[in-house]
Design a protein. Structure first.
Length: 180
């Protein structure tokens, strides 16, 4: 189940908001410009479905969002607990960074924790199957896939070069809990 915890940026010990209610999560994130939606596949996906099958199952939703936001490409990324490079992949995303475009992710399966640093707060968004999250361009954030990651996401991009991050140099991500 999706979850939102909101902390003051200087206090990782106590969340001021903690909810698993989808509408409450959507409203809270929407107040700071973060898009949060639920999508359903138009057809069943077999275990281990490949990129083409995954994109076809969500074709209508992906096409709608690409047209609405001027997105140019979509791909599928899957990571499993025994992935040989899981530790390096996790480390790559654990530091606060920004992008020159919105970071748009849809969780086909599994889970991941987005931490968004906005307006003096840190928003922990535990995304799971069916969740779409769009972090606005220039918004500081980090992502934790956990020590034994298991997820498949559709990634949507404006820049066809794909994922390009700019580190903020802040150590804030190290002061907050991780997905364990």
């Amino acid at each position: 189940m999706s979850e939102l915890r909101v902390f003051d940026e200087g206090d990782a010990s106590r969340a001021r908001v903690h909810t698993r209610d989808f509408e409450a999560i959507r409203r809270e994130l929407g107040e700071v410009g973060i898009r949060f939606e639920r999508w359903e596949a138009s057809r069943p996906l077999p275990p281990g479905a490949g990129q083409e099958e995954v994109l076809a199952a969500y074709q209508d939703a992906v096409a709608r969002l690409m047209k609405e936001r001027g997105l140019q490409s979509a791909d599928v990324l899957g990571v499993v607990p025994d992935h040989p490079q899981r530790e390096a992949m996790r480390a790559k995303f654990l530091h606060e960074h920004t992008h020159s475009e919105d970071e748009v992710r849809f969780f086909v399966e599994g889970q991941g924790l987005f931490s968004i640093h906005q307006a003096g707060r840190v928003y922990f968004v535990l995304c799971e199957k069916g969740d779409l999250l769009s972090v606005p361009e220039g918004t500081p954030h980090w992502f934790d896939m956990g020590p034994r990651p298991h997820f498949t996401v559709i990634r949507l991009f404006t820049d066809t070069a794909g994922w390009v991050a700019k580190a903020t140099g802040s150590d804030i991500a190290g002061r907050f809990p991780r997905l364990e």
